[in-house]
Design a protein around this ligand. Structure first.
Ligand SMILES: Cc1cc2nc3c(=O)[nH]c(=O)nc-3n(C[C@H](O)[C@H](O)[C@H](O)COP(=O)(O)OP(=O)(O)OC[C@H]3O[C@@H](n4cnc5c(N)ncnc54)[C@H](O)[C@@H]3O)c2cc1C
Length: 558
């Protein structure tokens, strides 16, 4: 006999598990959610770092959760989740004192749930681009005449819907077929570097786009999923909004937990799930590592990364060996980051403020030269093969100082920034000893680089540094295999109907009824908090079980 019983049993208490729990509880189901860690939230967390009195978001920092339908469906604003939208969205600062500053042109209306572009700010962004490259400003302006909005509409549809089944609209295929769609038919086959060369003429814009994509886990020589490859373009017009979760990213998890608890959902921390129990081809519960058995009367939802699901949770289930082999072969050698915090006394004083005084006020500041050839031929590869004492000669870092918008992250008058550099090797490439040495070196590397652009950012200004490596990430959360922040690579072979493999792409495992997959390994969960695998999986569950469809009830586009 089971030790406890729920209609729905959820494995994993990150944001995907919590979102799923809220939607199922909305239908009157009893929900039990099981999290192996000591608290809920997964990557949606805030911790004391890197020095006493400071707090930082060690994982998810750039917050896109304001777009989540769950925010509206569960009134998360009233449950403590507030967003701050800095006016200056991002900047790229060059060593010669020039910079490109992008102002946020999307205006979010919380009540209506809309994000409307402000044309005056789009025009201001084009003027800023023109100062660096009139030709690229013209190219972005031309794209804005039609195709950028088409891309954004299709991208939205792709993010908020399951991969299309036969007979359903395939937004990407339609866009690719549409002569007005503005997507060159070669793009799905081109490397990021090739796409970027085609989209922009100036080395400054090309380097900005490449650096941005490196942070997204896409290297210059990689082929990115369709539309992902093009996304820097709308950002350059300001048609994105990077929010800050006020008071810490953990408020995403806290608000979701309140919504779940208010609806009667129960959660259990320190509950490591060992196995999904399958009887007569149906998932009927879970077994925890301590031997406790939990019954699932209606369904089990697994939000663990797919390799763990198949090799551990389904180790005793009947699954085609060829499918097990395919899952084993999924690559996790992209989307690693150096990503951590520096606490300091005085904000960075950028030399480039003479070019545009707003450059340092951006939410996301990229620092680096415009040598795209070097980025392509040396940097990307050297970064990926670095060893202690053996780093690429040049650095392409970024910083996100949070305290100007939310001083609660630091003691009065002090500051904290998330800093990072993209595309380090996966955890398995180096030994633990080597990673410890690399961690000692990365802090000094980034501070020395920052100083070149902002001379006051010396060690004298620094209070504390903690920049975790992919190895540390891989040890922290079983969902980050090899330190890969998106659970597996972002590539065309890991996108839409191919993610994680075609057989599982509709959130189910063939041959096992009532088991649903809703982790970042599924479409569309592998793009950070912008990922909505639980929401999209719920859409399929609601079709199958005849559950509520809040998007239809509220006449929402997504
Ligand atoms: C370094 C880093 C930086 C990032 N930066 C950003 C960013 O700036 N913006 C952004 O939007 N996204 C960012 N992300 C990605 C984003 O945080 C994740 O994509 C997102 O949190 C995924 O949510 P999730 O619920 O699928 O997974 P997670 O948040 O990883 O949650 C999964 C949960 O399942 C639990 N679990 C796993 N196995 C078991 C088991 N067997 N039993 C019980 N529980 C289990 C885990 O402990 C975890 O709590 C970052 C990620 C990392 C690692």
């Amino acid at each position: 006999m089971a030790d406890a019983s729920f209609d729905a049993v959820i494995i994993g208490g990150g944001k995907e598990g919590l979102v799923m729990g809220c939607y199922l509880a909305l239908n009157g189901m009893t929900v039990g959610l099981f999290e192996q860690g000591n608290e809920l939230g997964g990557a949606a967390c805030t911790v004391p770092t890197p020095a006493s009195g400071f707090r930082g978001n060690p994982h998810a920092e750039i917050c896109a959760f304001w777009m989540s339908p769950a925010y509206y469906d569960f009134n998360l604003g009233e449950k403590g989740l507030k967003f701050i939208f800095p006016e200056v969205m991002m900047s790229k600062i060059f060593p010669d004192g020039r910079c490109i500053v992008v102002y946020r042109a999307l205006e979010w209306n919380e009540e209506l749930g809309t994000a409307i572009p402000n044309q005056a700010i789009v025009d201001r962004n084009l003027k800023e681009l023109e100062r660096i490259s009139p030709r690229d400003a013209e190219r972005v302006a031309k794209a804005l005449e039609k195709k950028l909005y088409n891309w954004m509409y299709s991208h939205g549809q792709v993010l908020f819907n399951p991969p299309p089944l036969p007979g359903e609209t395939d937004y990407i295929a339609d866009l690719l077929k549409d002569p007005e769609g503005g997507i060159d038919p070669r793009y799905p086959f081109m490397t990021e570097y090739e796409v970027i060369r085609d989209l922009y003429d100036s080395p400054e814009m090309r380097s900005f786009a490449l650096q941005w994509q490196l942070m997204n886990g896409i290297a210059p020589g990689d082929v990115a999923p369709p539309l992902q490859a093009l996304l820097p373009m709308p950002s350059f017009a300001g048609l994105q909004a990077f929010a800050i979760a006020e008071g810490g990213f953990h408020n995403v998890a806290h608000a979701l937990q309140r919504a779940l608890s208010e609806q009667g959902g129960k959660f259990f921390v320190g509950a490591d799930v060992e196995e999904v129990l399958v009887k007569n081809g149906r998932a009927c519960g879970i077994k925890l590592a301590d031997g406790t058995e939990i019954e699932a009367k209606k369904l089990v939802i697994d939000t663990a990364e797919i390799k763990q699901t198949v090799s551990r949770h389904l180790c005793n289930a009947q699954i085609d060996p060829e499918i097990r082999r395919k899952i084993d072969n999924i690559m996790t050698d992209r989307s690693q980051l150096f990503w951590g915090h520096i606490a300091f006394h005085e904000r960075a004083q950028y030399k480039a403020a003479e070019w545009n005084p707003d450059c340092g006020k951006a939410r996301l500041v990229f620092l680096g030269d415009a040598d795209v050839e070097y980025m392509y031929t040396h940097y990307g590869y050297q970064m990926h093969t670095l060893r202690p004492g053996r780093w690429p000669e040049r650095t392409y870092m970024y910083e996100l100082t949070t305290t100007p918008w939310d001083p609660s992250y630091a003691p009065p008058g002090k500051h904290i920034a998330l800093v990072g550099e993209g595309h380090p090797p996966p955890a398995s490439y180096l030994t633990e000893k080597e990673w410890i040495q690399v961690k000692r070196e990365i802090g000094d590397r980034l501070i020395k680089e920052w100083q070149k652009y902002a001379p006051n950012m010396t060690w004298n200004n620094v209070i504390g540094v903690n920049i975790p490596t992919p190895y540390e990430y891989s040890q922290k959360n079983p969902n980050w295999v090899n330190g890969c922040m998106y659970t597996s690579n972002q590539s065309p072979s890991q996108w839409a109907n191919f993610r994680p493999i075609p057989e599982f792409s509709q959130y189910q495992v063939p041959g096992i009824e009532d088991l649903w997959l809703a982790s970042g390994s599924q479409h569309c969960g592998g793009v950070g908090t912008l990922g909505f695998s639980a929401y999209n999986c719920y859409k399929r569950i609601s079709q199958r079980l005849g559950l509520r469809k809040p998007w239809e009830e509220k006449g929402r586009m997504f």
